[in-house]
Design a protein around this ligand. Structure first.
Ligand code: CAO
Length: 415
């Protein structure tokens, strides 16, 4: 039995943030019923298509283990079916533009009347406040949540990151909110409203940058490279390039082959505890006792010189050789892995983090499996549903319709 078996989710999500949340719940065993507009479906089915007329990888990789019902929730008959689904489900999840469900006639008050045990969970771009009405996509959230202003190099423009911290990150927050509310319902018997805003989610992940904002008022941030370079600090947390976020200085350094391979780099952390080993490895044993380099505070103004010496060594090794030499000495390093390398890495296939899935229309493709592993509830990744693939099954099983009622709903275009 899976951890969330018996939990039924009414999934009104689309695009990325909401679907990542409900996909996770489905992997944990919940029955996720994805509601989509008849004939249209989730917009991502047709976005960034690599094969004509076949659900895109964008869609398939975000909607595994779900069932799909098509339902026009603006039509009278559709509203009646939707009401029955609210009665029968434990959780409703949505990430429409603000107010969309209210406009359909399903406000939180109405949902509570229909099913007081319902947990109603939403992703929105912003929480209550001046921007609560705005539509938001990933990069907007990264910019509004502090990610972009603190990413990039100090002399360059703000940058967004490839990690989808606004969408998938907020999806994770919402999933946690939902299981917490389910746990609370066990005791209270009542559902509740769960809201995860993308701005809040990104800011939460930028916590250390708000820490630095406050430290800045008491003096320069000595672990930032710009300190050693004599560049003055401004009023807000600056972009730190590839500086390590913590108190252990680190940078991305070139490795053998960097001239032709854009990912022949390693991250290298000069952790204080292993400084002497670092000096030996890079051929600078004299730095162990040099009053300019022996302690972390002596090194901080000279990080440029330190990392130049380390890079002169890493450039003679591949990123994997750097790992092989440094790991046994407890020197924290990490190769810069490309998507190609990650997709081919056998250990990720073995743990189910990278999974090959078979789809009836597109054939085999790779996806990222459940990043959270439960010992008694392993995730099995099943393909995403075709549009409306389970409409009749759900109308019969969950809504309780007979053949005539199904035909009648089809005839009026409600499903
Ligand atoms: N039956 C009938 N109508 C349906 C329906 C159904 N089954 N499913 C959706 N609709 C309707 C909605 O009710 C809405 O209609 P109204 O505008 O008349 O109320 C309409 O379809 C479109 O919904 P939307 O405004 O949410 O969609 P959009 O493509 O214009 O905006 C997005 C997309 C993501 C910008 C917006 O949904 C949003 O800001 N969501 C919240 C933040 C979020 O999750 N962003 C991350 C997205 S991933 O990058």
């Amino acid at each position: 039995m899976k951890a969330l078996e018996g939990v039924r989710i009414l999934d009104m999500t689309h695009v990325q943030s909401g679907p990542t949340c409900t996909q996770l719940l489905a992997w944990f065993g919940a029955d996720v019923i994805k509601v989509e507009r008849p004939g249209i479906g989730d917009a991502t089915r047709g976005q960034l298509r690599d094969i004509p007329d076949v659900d895109s990888l964008y869609f398939t990789m975000l909607n595994h283990n779900k069932r799909s019902i098509t339902l026009n929730t603006k039509d009278d008959k559709g509203k009646e079916i939707f009401t029955r689904l609210i009665e029968e489900c434990d959780v409703m999840v949505e990430n429409f533009a603000p107010g969309a469900l209210d406009r359909m006639g399903f406000s939180w008050e109405r949902i509570q009347q229909i099913n007081p045990r319902m947990i109603y969970a939403s992703v929105k771009g912003f929480g209550p406040g001046p921007y609560s009405d705005c539509k938001v996509y990933e990069n907007v959230a990264q910019c509004a949540g502090g990610g972009a202003s603190t990413t990039g190099f100090p002399d360059g423009p703000p940058l967004v990151t490839g990690a989808q911290v606004g969408d998938s990150g907020t999806g994770l927050n919402l999933a946690l909110g939902i299981v917490t509310a389910l746990y609370h319902r066990e005791k209270s018997g009542k559902g509740q409203r769960v809201l995860a805003s993308m701005q809040d989610g990104v800011l939460n992940l930028c916590r250390v940058k708000l820490r630095d904002q406050q430290r800045l008022q008491r003096g320069p941030l000595t672990e930032y490279s710009q300190f050693g370079e004599g560049v003055e600090f401004g009023e807000s947390t600056p972009r730190a390039g590839n500086d390590s976020g913590g108190g252990q200085p680190g940078r991305i350094l070139k490795c053998k082959g960097w001239e032709t391979d854009p990912n022949a780099y390693t991250y290298f952390i000069t952790q204080a505890a292993v400084w002497k080993s670092i000096c030996d490895v890079i051929g600078r044993p004299e730095w162990k006792d040099d009053p300019d380099f022996a302690t972390p505070s002596q090194r901080l103004p000279r990080l440029g010189e330190v990392f130049e010496a380390i890079e002169n060594w890493t450039k003679t090794k591949t990123k994997y050789e750097v790992m092989e030499i440094c790991n046994p000495l407890d020197i924290p390093v990490g190769p810069i892995l490309s998507m190609k390398e990650l997709s081919e890495e056998p250990s990720l296939r073995e743990t189910g983090t990278v999974v090959e899935v078979d789809h009836p229309e597109r054939g085999k493709y790779l996806t990222v499996g459940n990043p959270i592993k439960l010992s008694d509830s392993p995730a099995e990744v099943r393909r995403s549903p075709l549009l409306g693939e389970h409409t009749e099954e759900i109308l019969r099983e969950v809504v309780g319709f007979n053949d005539d009622e199904i035909i009648s709903a089809q005839t009026v275009g409600a499903v």
